[in-house]
Write a protein that binds this ligand. Structure first.
Ligand code: GLY
Length: 308
């Protein structure tokens, strides 16, 4: 069997605040997705298809902050962001501020494949979703009671809350993402999020921004980030991680370590990332207490982890 690798995440933050039962639920969901993702890779599916499929599964799981169960903006609505990138071709698609697509990651992929553009937002994106007949859902599908309660709480406190803020009590968490290295030696990355609770209307985070929260290039690495989007944008972190591999020649582990240091030192970055380098080595970094992630490599058992 040829070499392959897959890593997925479901967000980061102060994970010890969650009960044992809740932590088990995260691990269970990750395990299901990583096992399915591995089967796709074993069957010879391409990295691009695998990352889209894994992210769709995570978007459909309401325990994560993406797709169903996304956090709410200041008006109590969802505005979801997503992006996908193919490391072989460097083709990419991104979408931001969408309210109706069941799977924003599929919208990003369709933008990549069906338009001459890379990035659509808001109304234009909604028009494209309708034109392409991409599956839509009413607001009631996305807006769940725990998110309404979370918004009420953060509004009272007068803050904009990361779905998994360090020192605030939360109910749910998790931008989601996946990076794959397929049996053909190609990389791909996909990331999807509801953003931050009580965010301003029109706020876009890093998940939709190529080179910030998501990136893939066969010459360097595939990366997906989670955390305070503004920090990842300032640091252009996913591109930086890829550059550490390509320009410095670092392997996944060293590139991850250096990027984490930079993220903390330069922008006091709050978050984590997953990556696979051009040779299929897996890496990760976090400045938060935990990062909900799972990974698998050819010939090895899947590993699901919440903490460092
Ligand atoms: N990392 C997700 C966001 O800030 O929107």
């Amino acid at each position: 069997m040829k070499k392959y690798a897959l890593i997925i995440h479901g967000g980061c933050g102060a994970l010890s605040q969650f009960s044992e039962k809740e932590q088990k639920a995260f691990l269970k969901s990750l395990e299901k997705v990583i096992k399915r993702g591995e089967r796709f890779l074993q069957k010879g599916e391409k990295a691009l298809d695998v990352v889209e499929k894994c992210v769709k599964l995570l978007e459909d799981d309401p325990i994560f902050n993406a797709g169903k169960g996304s956090v709410l903006n200041e008006e109590g609505e969802v505005e979801m962001d997503a992006s996908i990138m193919c490391g072989k071709t460097m083709n990419t698609g991104a979408v931001a501020g969408v309210k109706s697509a069941k799977n924003p990651i599929t919208v990003a992929r369709r933008i990549m494949e069906k338009t001459s553009h890379v990035f659509l937002i808001g109304e234009g994106a909604e028009k494209f979703i309708r034109k392409e007949k991409i599956e839509r859902k009413p607001a009631s599908y996305f807006i769940l009671p725990h998110r309404v309660a979370q918004l009420k709480k953060v509004k009272k406190e007068g803050i904009v809350l990361l779905d998994h803020d360090d020192n605030k009590k939360n109910t749910k968490l998790g931008t989601v993402g996946a990076v794959a290295y397929d049996i053909y030696g190609d990389l791909a990355a996909a990331t999807s999020t509801g953003g931050m609770s009580n965010k301003m209307i029109g706020r876009i985070g890093d998940s939709a921004l190529i080179g910030c929260g998501n990136f893939a290039d066969n010459k360097s690495a595939g990366v997906s980030c989670t955390g305070r989007g503004e920090d990842f944008i300032k640091a252009a972190l996913s591109r930086r991680i890829a550059d550490l591999v390509e320009l410095k020649g670092y392997k996944a582990k060293k590139a991850s370590k250096k990027a984490t240091q930079y993220f903390k030192e330069r922008v006091n970055g709050y978050g984590g990332f997953i990556m696979i380098d051009r040779k299929g080595n897996i890496g990760e970094g976090l400045t938060t207490e935990g990062l909900i992630r799972a990974y698998v490599k050819q010939g090895k058992k899947p590993v699901c982890k919440l903490f460092k």
